[in-house]
Design a protein around this ligand. Structure first.
Ligand code: ADP
Ligand code: MG
Ligand code: ZN
Length: 469
């Protein structure tokens, strides 16, 4: 057992999938030309007044409900004051003391709070001139929710796992696109160590804006080892904000932690308290989609597949959809699940692809499974067809024809080959007839060899048994 115990808490920022910003009607779209989606409200012109986006509130409530939170009847938007060139207002509107959602749970991990806030703009330092930076205010005022976990995660793997589950839920709910690379989903990872068995929290550091599952694991593992070395050498961990440097594989100090009062939070005088009607909450509850957990239970029951398979197939919304589409085209759920679990998931990993990026359509995989069942191709030939479908997106029938993989299920053709082999192998025929039944395997092998592996194995077995007597 290690001398120290790791304590981790994640603050996750998720960009909401609204069409417009949190307090104005500007488009919240990513990737438009710089400064094309701005107005007096989101650029902080004097006298401009914010108007709260109802859809954003609804998405935050949805998330709160899916994470088993209490939805506060009354929550308050505050101003978080600080200066930064990408923040023309000089403050960010965020829920501070009274967030919208509190006391939730994701599996065993407590969710302390979910609050709404607006995002800041973006600085572009890469202008070609080291003396010049540009600012793009398109992101100013786009809606975010921040989901804060309790300090109840105890390893980098557990933290990444929590983050994966959280991402799945947000994507299932259609409140966030979950794109970590573009920054629509990002995480600040807080971590501390303490003597094993101690109940008191150690001093934490916060790693800012980690934007992949892998980086979360790597950054936390590095930081745990760094803190351990500091403590072992008799030193003290300093509470500070650090940045993960992926190239070097280390975290670097960014700034010592500001205290909350540095932001001089106070309720925004331009915004009334947000009052959420109970009837509305109930209505939203009724619109919650089936989440991964429920879907897994349904898959296991409806499709009669093992719970383990159902869990894997529903871990990602798009994968669950893919499976159900396959089954809709060819109702052989167990066989389709086997192909997805064994072959498809392995190939996705090898090719570093996501299920949404592949060329093979669900109906094509379904048809291939059907062709194997009908005996048109062998299971072994199916593997080649499967790979070709992934590579090219072509139909299974076309691939089978082009590669000449069609199985021979013509009784006459198989019988002719078998007759020839029986005539040649009189010795082995005798052995079989004297009770050595395993010689059958030898005959099957010979027939397959003669027919270049294309004979329908079931028919070969049947005909051989009949002829050998
Ligand atoms: P702030 O908003 O100032 O960063 P919070 O107290 O709200 O601070 O905590 C932020 C996150 O840090 C939470 O996810 C919480 O679980 C986590 N956290 C707090 N204290 C510790 C600690 N000592 N070690 C690890 N994580 C911690
Ligand atoms: Mg923080
Ligand atoms: Zn605007």
């Amino acid at each position: 057992m290690s001398k120290y115990e790791t304590v981790i808490g994640l603050e996750v920022h998720a960009q909401l999938l609204t069409k417009t910003k949190l307090f104005c009607a500007c488009s919240a779209k990513f990737g438009d030309p710089p400064n094309s989606n701005i107005c007096p409200v989101c650029t902080g012109q004097a006298g401009a007044l914010p108007v709260l986006n109802k859809t954003a509130v609804e998405m935050a409530i949805k998330t709160g409900l899916a994470l088993n939170c209490e939805i506060r009847e009354k929550s308050i938007f505050a101003r978080k004051n600080y200066f930064y060139p990408d923040l023309p207002k000089g403050y960010q509107i965020s829920q501070y003391e009274k967030p919208l959602c509190v006391n939730g749970k994701l599996d065993h991990v407590p969710i302390v709070r979910i609050h709404m806030e607006e995002d800041a703009g973006k600085l572009l330092h890469d202008t070609g001139d080291p003396a010049v930076s540009h600012v793009d205010l398109n992101r100013c005022g786009t809606p975010l929710i921040e989901i804060v976990s309790g300090p109840d995660l105890h390893s980098p793997e557990e933290a990444a796992d929590y983050m994966r589950k959280l991402r799945n839920i947000l994507v299932y709910l259609e409140v966030c696109d979950g794109n970590m690379q573009e920054g629509s989903l990002r995480c600040d990872a807080n971590v501390s160590i303490r003597p094993a068995g101690s109940k008191k929290l150690g001093t934490r550091t916060e790693i800012k804006n980690v934007n992949s599952f892998k980086f979360i694991e790597n950054a936390l593992a590095y930081e745990i080892q760094r803190q351990t070395a500091v403590v072992e050498a008799g030193g003290k961990v300093i509470q500070e904000t650090r940045l993960w440097n992926q190239q070097k594989g280390t975290t670097e100090a960014m700034r010592s932690k500001e205290e909350a009062h540095d932001y001089r939070y106070f309720p925004d005088p331009d915004l009334l308290p947000l009052v959420v009607d109970r009837v509305w909450v109930e209505k939203i509850k009724g619109t919650l989609p089936e989440l991964a957990g429920e879907k897994a239970l349904r898959f296991a029951k409806q499709y009669n597949i093992p719970e383990y398979d159902a869990g894997v197939l529903t871990a990602q919304k798009e994968l669950a959809y893919y499976f159900e589409e396959c089954v809709r085209h060819h109702p052989s759920p167990k066989k389709i699940s086997n192909w997805i679990m064994a072959e498809l998931l392995r190939e996705l990993k090898v090719r570093d692809q996501d299920i949404t990026e592949i060329k093979m359509k669900p109906e094509q995989l379904a048809r291939m499974v059907a062709l194997i069942e009908q005996g048109t191709i062998s299971g072994a030939a199916g593997k080649g067809v499967f790979m070709a479908m992934l590579d090219t997106g072509k139909d299974p029938e076309a691939i089978i024809q082009a590669k000449g993989l069609e199985q021979v299920s013509d009784t006459g053709a198989i019988e002719t080959v078998i007759d020839k082999i029986i005539a040649k192998e009189a010795e082995n025929v005798k052995r079989y007839q004297s009770g050595k039944k395993n010689v059958l395997g030898f005959f099957v092998g010979e027939v397959m060899k003669a027919m270049k592996g294309k004979a329908n194995p079931k028919m070969v077995n049947e005909i051989l048994r009949k002829k050998l007597g």
